[in-house]
Design a protein around this ligand. Structure first.
Ligand code: DGY
Length: 331
């Protein structure tokens, strides 16, 4: 039997990335790309020191207790709300994510959703495909302008800054943002972005884009009360995580025209989508594809693989979410 480290690749990935991993490790592979239950994941992880996961595999205290040989989990995503980081740190397990490589691609998509929602692209396309377009009308699918309007960003990390730059420099928008901590003056100037309170952000934004990480504190950060503060002409875009928006409250606000439109790439309990969102017309719905260009997904898979290789061969993860020093202090 080989004494190379054993690594579980928990979802299907690019064949070339799998081959790179095979040149370093003994690989167990989810060839059929099945969605394993937590119990099945626990069983399949037995005897493995590393795992490559996506956002759909939860790494929590129960799993860590059942897999004491595990040392590193590389998530092929920048978000890592599927990791219980304190539990991983306490168990001596490094977690890694894939920052930077998806920033611009994801910012492009956020902006595309904003444009599509504000200019009613999906709604009007459905109308056309249904054969309902038989005459011109002065107010047919009249939406909201994007250029020159006020862009609000909640969560001003790398992707939020990418959206701000697109809005300010490409569309002449006034950019306001709210974040846990205020950006330094140089970054604010580069993004032409002004810091405001969350309430001011909700009240002033013509288009509000959510790019904050999911944490228990951010659960339903946008619910009925927040939607009530927004302009009736406003657009809401969520490319962050499901659970940050109360989807039922949003569907109601869209139905009541409390806000004009929404663009959603992420959903509470996805891949299930709240049934009320499927029946309101003024929302553009996409299946969590903001980072999905071939080049970017390949870069994400390669970075996840590089993290496994760097940690398991040299003890130095490239983009950890908890550090070897934190692990040493905790164990
Ligand atoms: C991420 O990287 O977090 C994106 O949401 C893709 O899963």
């Amino acid at each position: 039997m080989s004494n190379r480290p054993r690594v579980l690749v928990a979802r299907a990935i690019f064949p070339e990335v799998l081959e790179r991993l095979r040149s370093h490790f003994d690989i167990s592979y989810n060839e059929n790309d099945d969605e394993w239950s937590p119990e099945e994941l626990r069983q399949r992880l037995q005897g493995h020191v590393g795992a490559l996961t996506t956002g759909s595999q939860r790494i929590d205290a129960a799993l860590l207790q059942a897999c004491p040989q595990l040392r590193v989990v590389a998530n092929m995503a920048v978000g890592y709300n599927n990791f219980d980081v304190p539990a991983m740190t306490a168990a001596g397990v490094i977690g890694t994510n894939t920052p930077d490589v998806l920033t611009e691609t994801t910012a492009d998509f956020g902006f595309a959703l904003l444009l599509a929602a504000a200019r009613r692209m999906a709604e009007s396309e459905h109308f056309l495909r249904a054969g309902q377009w038989n005459r011109w009308a002065y107010d047919m699918f009249a939406g909201q302008d994007v250029h020159g309007s006020t862009l609000g960003i909640l969560g001003m990390g790398r992707i939020g800054q990418g959206i701000a730059r697109r809005g300010a420099h490409g569309f002449g928008m006034r950019v306001i943002y709210h974040n846990r901590s205020r950006l330094d003056a140089a970054t604010e100037a580069e993004c032409k972005a002004a810091y405001v309170s969350k309430e001011e952000l909700l009240r002033q934004a013509d288009h509000l884009v959510l790019v904050l990480p999911y944490t228990p504190q951010n659960h339903h950060a946008i619910g009925a009360a927040e939607l009530a503060l927004m302009k009736p002409t406003a657009t809401l875009v969520n490319i962050a995580r499901g659970g940050i928006v109360d989807d039922a409250a949003l569907a109601q606000a869209l139905r009541d025209k409390r806000i004009a439109a929404a663009g959603l790439d992420v959903f509470e309990g996805e891949p299930k989508v709240h049934p009320d969102l499927l029946t309101v017309p003024n929302v553009v719905l996409t299946p969590h594809i903001a980072s999905a260009t071939r080049a970017t997904r390949l870069a994400m898979a390669n970075l996840a693989a590089d993290n496994l290789i760097a940690f398991l061969t040299q003890g130095k993860p490239l983009t950890p979410v908890n550090t070897p020093e934190q692990l040493r202090a905790a164990t």
